[in-house]
Design a protein around this ligand. Sequence first.
Ligand SMILES: CC[C@@H](C(=O)O)C(=O)SCCNC(=O)CCNC(=O)[C@H](O)C(C)(C)COP(=O)(O)OP(=O)(O)OC[C@H]1O[C@@H](n2cnc3c(N)ncnc32)[C@H](O)[C@@H]1OP(=O)(O)O
Length: 334
Amino acid sequence: MLGQFAADSSASVQSVCKRLAHTGEAACRSTSAEMVIFIWKNLLQTTKERILQQRRMSVYSQAHGYEEELIKKKLQQFAGGSINLTKEDNGIGILTLNNPKSMNAFTGTMMLELQEKVTELENWKDGKGLIIYGAGNTFCSGSDLNVVKAMSKFQDGMNMCMFMQNTLTRLMRLPLISVALVQGKAIGGGAELTTACDFRLMTPGSEIRFVHKLMGLVPGWGGGARLVRIVGSRAALQLLSGATRVDTERALHLGLSEETLSSSDEAGALEEARAWLSQYTEGPVSVIRAAKEVVAGGRELPLEAALRTEKDIFGTLWGGPANLQALARSLKHK
Ligand SMILES: CC[C@@H](C(=O)O)C(=O)SCCNC(=O)CCNC(=O)[C@H](O)C(C)(C)COP(=O)(O)OP(=O)(O)OC[C@H]1O[C@@H](n2cnc3c(N)ncnc32)[C@H](O)[C@@H]1OP(=O)(O)O
């Protein structure tokens, strides 16, 4: 996917130049310096549009037998709970999994609301960071088991799997630095959701557990593939085949968690998570978002495609407002 984007970028240069060559507009009568600026402005816009387009591309489409409208109608039948999003002036979004009576298990409508919130975050141009946490001092206990039982037909299960993989892949690719704040339990699909974030922070006594084996399953929301990339294949195989309870200490040891916070209560833990995240979101929004895009490319693409993507993202910043302001300041970083 993203590799195709990198290959296309050079095509975008030709398309920009072709467009310019044929235009009879002012650009052709202007000085060469203005012409260069006009070309680069076009190129930057084209690059940004391509990066945006690639980030939103789904893993599954009809070509894979995925029926989005069908699964959305089915999920609508299983109501309960909510997914709440607040977008703060400092560029930090707070996404709350809100179904505490069922340990924040995902009902059908919560899965639909998660997709809506990811789309809203994709369109949030001032966003720099995101914290996902669960209401009632616990993270998430995966799919609502009533939904699981009601969706036991093969095609329903596959459509739900592809729906959640599409949604969590887009979440993972957001140009925001994302943190899963794990309090209490992150179980099954809840454990998988933590792997779609760039970082995990845990509170004392909290636990991440891939229980799928105990249900005669393996992860279906993409958590298996992402876990391998986070902790490595050996540890991932142990956690899946052992349905292992991962406490804060083991999570730190595995690199699954960045830090064990000191607060156990919701407000305190959220404040600590904000403080932790703010050390990485300090600075111009364009630069923070670009840093995440470069890492996302490096994480997913073959080397040369990742290098081309990095070059394109670099090009959106070089000589831009943040770069020029920095150059106007002292560049000695003490
Ligand atoms: C691809 C993965 C995806 C899928 O296959 O679709 C899944 O995620 S499948 C679901 C995987 N999750 C689980 O199997 C977790 C099931 N729940 C538990 O193991 C425990 O509830 C807990 C999470 C370890 C917490 O235990 P405890 O602290 O003892 O609380 P309770 O068990 O009493 O739960 C309180 C309350 O919440 C309800 N609950 C909890 N989890 C779910 C759930 N996943 N779906 C629906 N309801 C859930 C539980 O039933 C209790 O409600 P009441 O019985 O009404 O009090």
